[in-house]
Structures are given as structure tokens and as C-alpha cells.
Design a binder for this molecule. Sequence first.
Ligand SMILES: *Cc1c(COP(=O)(O)O)cnc(C)c1O
Length: 351
Amino acid sequence: MSWLSDLARPEIRALKAYQHASWEPGLVRLHANELPWRAPLDETEAGLNRYPEPHPHQLATRLAALYGVGPEWVLPGRGSDEAIDLLTRAYCRAGQDAVLITPPTFGMYAVAARIQGAEVIEVPLRRELDFALDVGAVLAAATPPVKLVYVCAPNNPTGALPDRAALLRLATELSGRALLVLDEAYVEFAGTPSMAADLAGHPSLVVLRTLSKAYGLAGARCGALLAQPEVIALLRKVIQPYAVTQLSIEAVFRTLQGAPLAVAAQRVAEIIAERARLAAALGALRGTLRVWPSAANFLLVDFADASAALQRARAAGLLLRDVRAHPALPNALRISVGSRAQNETLIASLS
Ligand SMILES: *Cc1c(COP(=O)(O)O)cnc(C)c1O
């Protein structure tokens, strides 16, 4: 056991994992109190009358291949949201430990910490530098209670992609002190490689990936936490057995092969092209103050009158995300890049 285990809550280190019914697909299952018949209209391959694999090894292996790591470096789960929840529960003691976030950023990091009773330390992104990460300030704020340092890359809701050298420096300097949790939910749209390739050389690094965005599987709720096998083993004790449903597992296997995989790549390219078109069109509107540079599948846009923009979009049947509650974003809306037709409707409604 290394510092990666010492960092975790002592209760979790000491925990013996739940002994679930064994997985022996070659034998008839009279050991798990399932019904022997499928429900009517159940058209899944495995049958929903059966529990899925408790810790889905085949799914982990498939996701490992997709993300270019070994299977023992992957924990599949119900989206990145579950990964954030697991990390918080495994590493943060209520009333003692803390997480560090860099606002404006994804809200789940702080929510998960508050549910656990962990403190949330904020080191704001530098708005004057297109929301760049302040590495020196993050390191200064990463005191011993801080167990998890979250960086979202590209960041939601700003769209900014943190500098790779800055991330590597953070990973190096946090080694032995805290986990650097790099949320790469949108990395497929960034045109830069994932930092999954840097995991082996940087033990503090945890990378979150999801099938919700680039692969169009938000409804399937499937993502992967990538980390040192020691971290994966620890989190496997905390995750529910059967976390990923059989319906989701089958949807993932259908999507991550052959023609569907090629379609996913085309659609990412289409969104990237639409992003540039939409940014230019929004930037040319009279009511737009600023379109922030984005490496994701959305744009952060400052409007002279954001309330009016929301209303006009809604009147055209379009829902935009109001992010003005954040102090650093007083005039901003977050707009997902849609299809060409949807983007045209949006531009027309705001013109
Ligand atoms: C959408 C999003 C996710 C994905 O969450 P899932 O639970 O995998 O659907 C993760 N992180 C950020 C920053 C996101 O915006």
C-alpha cells in the first residue's frame, strides 16, 4: 500500500468488500434468487431477470481499450457523477477533510463534498486570462486537509482548456499530498489528447471520462474513472455491486463498435465545425458582449441583456442555461452546440 491508500478514510482502507453472489456464467444460476424466466417484452441479450456482472469486467476491458489504459486502471460506473461521489466518500472524512475546486466550474464537486460534510476550498479561475488555472494559488491552497483537487478540462461552464504543462506540474507537485481529479467529460471536442496517457507516470492523477457527451449516451448513465490500480481497488469496495445496469452495458457495447463508433467520430467533428460557426454568428449579434473561446460542445456567451436573450430563445422553443448565479459570470448564458438547424433557430431568435 502506498500514499494513495494512506490518503483514504481509515474506515474505507479497513473495509472488507461485500461478498456478492459469484459470477459463473457457465452454470445455471440457482444462487441469486432470480426468476428463471424473462419478463414479457424483455429483448436484451442477457435477460433482465438476471443480475448483471457485479463488477462488470468485460465493460471495464472495453472502456480500457477505448481510453488506452489497462483494464485494472478502469472503474466503470453510472457516469462521472458516480465517480465524483465515490471519490468524495472514500477520501473525505466529514468535518475534517476538504476538496479544492476552481470556480466557475461544474457544480457536482462541491455538492458531493457538502453531502459528505467535507469543506470546499475555492481557488477561482483567472477571468482576465480567459479563465486560466492559477497553478501557484492551487498549490498554495492545497493544505493537508485537501484530499481531492478538481480540475475540469475543458471546463464547464467556461469552455476553457487548461494548459497541459500546468496540469502536469499540478499532478507532480500534488503527488504524496492529494489526488488531482481531472474531469475530461468534454475532451473529445478539444482536439487534444486525453491525459489518460499520463496516468502511469503521475500517481496522483485520476481521470474522469464519460459516454454522456461525445458518444451520445447520456441516458445510459455510463462513465469511467481511470486511476492507479490501487485507487481503483479502493473505490471498488465502495461502489454498489451491479451499479451499471444490463440495459446500459448492452447499449455501450452496441455503440462502441464498427459503424456506430465511426458515426460518433463524425458527429464530434460536426459539433466542432458548428461550434465555430455558432461562435462567429453569436459574436456578430448586437446584443452579444463576448463569446468565450471553447474547447467543448457548448459556448459561454456574455450578453448585454441575458434575461432578454433567455426569453427570446424560449419563445423560439429553445432552452439555454442561465449561469449568472456565479459571481464571475454576471451576464453569461451557456449554450450547447446543437444541430445546424437548431443553431440557425437560435441565431434567428436572438437577431
Ligand atoms: C456533463 C458532465 C459530466 C458527465 O457526467 P455523467 O455523470 O458522466 O453524465 C461530467 N463532468 C462535467 C464537467 C460535465 O459537464
